[in-house]
Design a protein around this ligand. Structure first.
Ligand SMILES: [Zn+2]
Length: 520
């Protein structure tokens, strides 16, 4: 099932990246958005089988900072006033030592990304924080302290309601298991760690920071059937690795690299991993498909229907490695054919939803086909206008789930009313005839049909009158299609068939992606 959804997402949203990533730029870690923008969290929960710690990170690694020493914590926005000792500390252990010595309730360490501080309490307003500070000073507080307000990027980590750590989430800090075990983030298990960012809306963007190859463990089983032959899974793993690197900047403004949904790649984390797909990732570790030394956009789809397509015939970019190829491996496999029907009324409402109003739909015609046989132009004729749908917009308008591909032929059925009638008067009654079925017999006995728009002349005793049938209006359109998806790059069902026939993953990739190399 996951396969279908992925393909629609790719077709919907993918923009061809102009930034060519070179193989050597492959990232060690990726940041995957789990909860963001409208779905950003008020609170996020992290659990681990061992202690939870924090580490500073960069593109290449992680450096341990502090052991929170609990295994079930919650992260929330820090919107409070706190009492804060003026002294800065180099080390969290110094702060913890003072907390132990002071024995003050509600004290916890705060990290600004560089120095450590000692915070006390959470106060909804400044006055109550000041009152508490006065009381502490009256009770003999040995340190100079101020009341501070949390920054808009501060996060508070609590264990059973008690604050155990505060930190500035605009710094690169990851929350993870002390011994690198997979952790639960809001009930789902992931490798790597959790990164919390407070973006402009103030809520918490929840991110899973994970090594690229471990991320792919959680992607490939969601993009392919895990029971498929290993070589087809390996081809899928390389395609997913390519896709990841090409898409790295996609969510930069939201604070992470890729999202975990079909918008980027469906990522299910540790809980969705399977041994077959982990093996496929392992056996292709670090391998990318390149063209001219650059990592390529490895588009794939469910079934080509027998021939793949050139990239510019679906979207606009002309990619030298996404060329239409004969694909006998997909023929007869699942998803290789489909059909769909629309009434003229349904066509009108589909167009209307796309912001196009050309009145009642009277006809639809295939305007042009690509060399590979896919429809690149579909002309729609309305009662007061015409609209030509092009390339991917054809499926977008009718629905990616209904028009499974642009590899189709179409037939139409005229309306009852459009079957033009004429009346023939007899001596005593009137009979209606369907003009389209009317035949004329000329004086030399040749039989011909009445052509639409031409009409016939009827000569009576007194006058001659021309009868012209109106152009036919169509009320139903039937699409007969081949394949499923946009038809660019690898056909998944074709890849499966190739693997079954004994081809290796490199053969599969080189069949579907023109002129590519497999490089590390
Ligand atoms: Zn995304």
């Amino acid at each position: 099932m996951a396969i279908c959804f992925t393909i629609f997402a790719l077709a919907l949203d993918f923009e061809v990246s102009s930034a060519d990533a070179s193989v050597v730029d492959s990232p060690e870690f990726v940041s995957i958005g789990l909860k963001f923008s409208g779905a950003a969290a008020e609170l996020s929960n992290v659990k681990s089988e061992d202690d939870i710690c924090i580490a500073a990170f960069d593109d290449y690694g992680e450096e341990f900072i502090f052991n929170i020493a609990e295994n079930d914590i919650a992260a929330s926005r820090d919107t409070y006033y706190h009492i804060q000792l003026e002294e800065e500390f180099d080390d969290a252990s110094d702060v913890l030592q003072i907390i132990d010595d002071m024995d003050i309730e509600g004290a916890y360490p705060y990290f600004d990304g560089k120095d450590w501080y000692l915070n006390i309490g959470r106060f909804g307003d400044e006055d109550s924080a000041n009152e508490e500070l006065d009381d502490l000073e009256d009770d003999g507080l040995e340190y100079d302290a101020d009341v501070v307000m949390a920054d808009g990027t501060d996060i508070l980590i609590t264990y059973r309601e008690d604050a155990v750590l505060g930190y500035d989430s605009s710094k690169d800090i990851v929350i993870k298991s002390l011994s690198n075990l997979p952790i639960w983030i809001d009930g789902k298990r992931y490798r790597g760690g959790a990164v919390f960012r407070r973006m402009s809306d103030g809520k918490i963007t929840v991110i899973n920071r994970v090594r690229l190859e471990e991320y792919l463990y959680g992607v490939v089983p969601n993009e392919a059937y895990t029971t498929w032959p290993i070589e087809s899974l390996k081809a899928q793993a390389v395609a997913a690795r390519n896709y990841t690197v090409i898409s790295m900047g996609k969510h930069k403004s939201e604070g992470f690299d890729l999202c975990g949904t079909t918008h980027c790649q469906m990522y299910g984390g540790y809980g969705t991993e399977r041994s077959s797909t982990n093996r496929a990732v392992e056996e292709t570790r670090g391998k990318f498909m390149t063209y001219d030394g650059k990592v390529v956009s490895a588009f794939f789809h469910s079934n080509s229907g027998g021939r793949t397509e050139d990239s510019e015939n679906v979207w606009s970019a002309e990619l030298p490695y996404i060329r239409g190829v004969e694909d006998e491996y997909s023929v007869g496999e699942p998803k290789s054919s489909w059909n769909a029907q629309f009434t003229s009324e349904q066509v009108r409402s589909k167009l209307s939803a796309a912001g196009v109003d050309i009145g009642d739909i009277e006809d639809m015609k295939i305007g042009s086909l690509s060399e590979n046989g896919r429809v690149t132009e579909l002309e729609v004729i309305g009662s007061y206008g015409e609209k030509t749908l092009q390339k991917d917009a054809i499926r977008k308008t009718f629905g990616y789930n209904v028009l499974m591909s642009t590899y189709f032929s179409m037939s139409s059925k005229p309306t009852e009313a459009a079957q033009k009638n004429m009346s023939v008067l007899s001596a005593n009654n009137k009979t209606s005839l369907d003009m389209s079925s009317l035949k004329m017999v000329s004086s030399d006995r040749r039989v011909s049909s009445v052509k639409s728009g031409e009409g016939i002349s009827v000569i009576s005793a007194y006058s001659s009158q021309k009868i012209t049938p109106e152009p036919q209006k169509m009320e139903q359109f039937t699409f007969e299609g081949k394949g499923w998806g946009h038809g660019l790059g690898m056909s998944q069902w074709g890849a499966r068939k190739m693997a079954e026939l004994g081809y290796g993953y490199e053969d599969i990739l080189k069949h579907y992606y023109t002129g590519v190399e497999i490089e590390e």
